[in-house]
Design a protein around this ligand. Structure first.
Ligand SMILES: NC(=O)C1=CN([C@@H]2O[C@H](COP(=O)(O)OP(=O)(O)OC[C@H]3O[C@@H](n4cnc5c(N)ncnc54)[C@H](OP(=O)(O)O)[C@@H]3O)[C@@H](O)[C@H]2O)C=CC1
Ligand SMILES: CC1=C(/C=C/C(C)=C/C=C/C(C)=C/C=O)C(C)(C)CCC1
Length: 317
C-alpha cells in the first residue's frame, strides 16, 4: 500500500521491455517516492518482473491484471485501487506490426489500433475524470518516433502511433486547464521483445497476396536495414525508463520527449521541410540506393550527430 507521501504510478504492459524496466526503476527509487502498480494482461508472465524488482516487490511495487483491450479488465483494475487514486498513469502497452499491407488481414491491423490507440484511450477515459476532479495528475504515453514520421513497411503501426499523437495533442490543451499534464515519450529503436517478436514474426509468415518484388524489398532490403538501424541506434529499455523518470520528476515536463539523440537527426528531416518531400526522398535514397552502404552511413551518423540536436532530446544520463 502507498504511504500518503508516495506518488501512485500505474504502468501498463509490465511483463517485459520498457514497461518492466520503468516499473523496477521507479519502485527502486532511492527516496522511495513512488508506489508502482505494475500491470500486465497475464500474470503468468510476472516472473521476470518479480525477479528484477527483488525486495521492492510487495513494498513499493505491487502487481495487478490489466488488459488494455478489455473494458471490464480496465475498470476492475482501477476500481481495485484505493480511492481510485493514481498520480501518474504510464500508457506503455503496445504491439508492433511490419510487412506489406497486401498480406496483412484487416483484423490484424485492427488489433494494432485496438491496443496502441483505443487501449490508451480506454485507460485515459477511466483515469482522467478523477485527475480532473483533483486538479492534478500526470498522464504519460509511450508513443514512438514512428508517431512523428512514417517508416516503410511499418504503415499500420506508424498510423496507430500518429493517431495517438493527434489525440494527445488535442487533449493536452484541455487537461492543462485542470492542472493535469500530458507527456509523450518518443523512443527510437529499443532492444526489447518488440524487436524479437518482429524478427520471429517475419520468419513465420509467408506474405500471401504480396507480389514477389514487394516481398523481396521487404525481406531483402528493408529487414537488413532495419537490423542495422537497431544495431547502430538501439537503446536499452533502461535508457527509456531513465528518460521517463526524468519526465515524471521534471517541474515543467515537456509535451514531446525524444529519448534517442542518435535518431533525432532523422526526425529533424521532417521539420526541415514542411512539404514532406525531404523525408520521403531521403528515406527512399537510404533504402533503395545506398543498400549495404546504409550500415556505414548509420555509423557515420552516430558520430556526426550535432550538439544542437542532442540538446533537443531528453538524455537518459
Ligand atoms: N522496442 C522498440 O523499438 C520501441 C517500442 N516502442 C513502444 O514501447 C512500448 C513498449 O514496447 P516494448 O517494451 O518495446 O515491447 P515488449 O513487447 O517488450 O512489451 C510490450 C508490453 O505490452 C504488453 N501488451 C501487449 N498487448 C497488451 C494488452 N492488450 N494489454 C496489456 N498489455 C499488453 C505486452 O504484454 P504480453 O507479455 O502479455 O504480450 C508487453 O508487456 C510500446 O507501446 C511500443 O510501441 C516505441 C518505440 C520503439
Ligand atoms: C529502414 C529505414 C529506416 C528505418 C528506421 C527504423 C527501422 C526505425 C525503427 C523505429 C522503431 C522500432 C520504433 C518503434 O516504435 C530509416 C532510418 C527511416 C531510413 C530509411 C530506411
Amino acid at each position: 500500500m502507498a504511504s500518503p507521501e508516495q506518488k501512485v504510478v500505474l504502468i501498463t504492459g509490465c511483463s517485459s521491455g520498457i514497461g518492466l524496466r520503468m516499473a523496477v526503476m521507479l519502485a527502486k527509487d532511492e527516496k522511495k517516492r513512488y508506489h508502482v502498480i505494475a500491470t500486465m494482461r497475464d500474470l503468468k508472465r510476472k516472473d521476470k518482473l518479480v525477479e528484477a524488482a527483488g525486495d521492492a516487490y510487495g513494498k513499493t511495487l505491487s502487481l495487478a491484471v490489466l488488459d488494455v483491450c478489455n473494458d471490464e479488465s480496465v475498470k476492475q483494475c482501477i476500481n481495485g485501487i484505493k480511492n481510485r487514486h493514481i498520480d501518474v498513469l504510464v500508457n506503455n502497452a503496445g504491439i508492433g506490426l511490419v510487412g506489406p499491407i497486401e498480406s496483412i488481414p484487416i483484423e490484424e491491423m485492427k488489433k494494432v489500433f485496438e491496443t496502441n490507440f483505443f487501449g490508451v484511450i480506454r485507460m485515459i477515459k477511466e483515469v482522467m475524470p478523477d485527475m480532473k476532479k483533483r486538479r492534478g495528475g500526470h498522464i504519460i504515453v509511450v508513443s514512438s518516433v514512428m508517431g512523428l514520421q512514417g517508416v516503410v513497411f511499418n504503415d499500420v503501426y506508424a498510423a496507430s502511433k500518429f493517431a495517438m499523437e493527434g489525440f494527445c495533442e488535442s487533449l493536452a490543451v484541455q487537461l492543462l486547464k485542470f492542472n493535469v499534464i500530458l507527456s509523450l515519450i518518443e523512443p527510437g529503436p529499443v532492444h526489447t521483445e518488440f524487436e524479437a517478436k518482429m524478427i520471429q514474426d517475419v520468419k513465420q509468415k509467408e506474405y500471401p497476396g504480396a507480389d514477389s518484388d514487394t516481398v523481396h524489398y521487404f525481406k531483402n532490403v528493408y529487414l537488413p536495414s532495419s537490423v542495422d538501424i537497431f544495431e547502430a541506434f538501439g537503446q536499452t529499455p533502461d535508457d527509456v525508463a531513465k528518460c521517463t523518470k526524468k519526465v515524471i520528476e521534471a517541474s515543467r515536463p515537456r509535451f514531446r520527449n525524444l529519448t534517442n539523440p542518435l535518431y533525432t537527426p532523422i526526425v529533424a528531416l521532417k521539420y526541415a521541410d514542411e512539404t514532406g518531400g525531404l523525408s520521403v526522398h531521403a528515406f527512399y535514397h537510404m533504402l533503395f540506393n545506398m543498400g549495404p552502404l546504409m550500415h556505414v552511413s548509420m555509423v557515420a551518423m552516430k558520430y556526426l550527430t550535432c550538439g544542437c540536436l542532442r540538446r533537443r532530446t531528453i538524455s537518459p544520463n
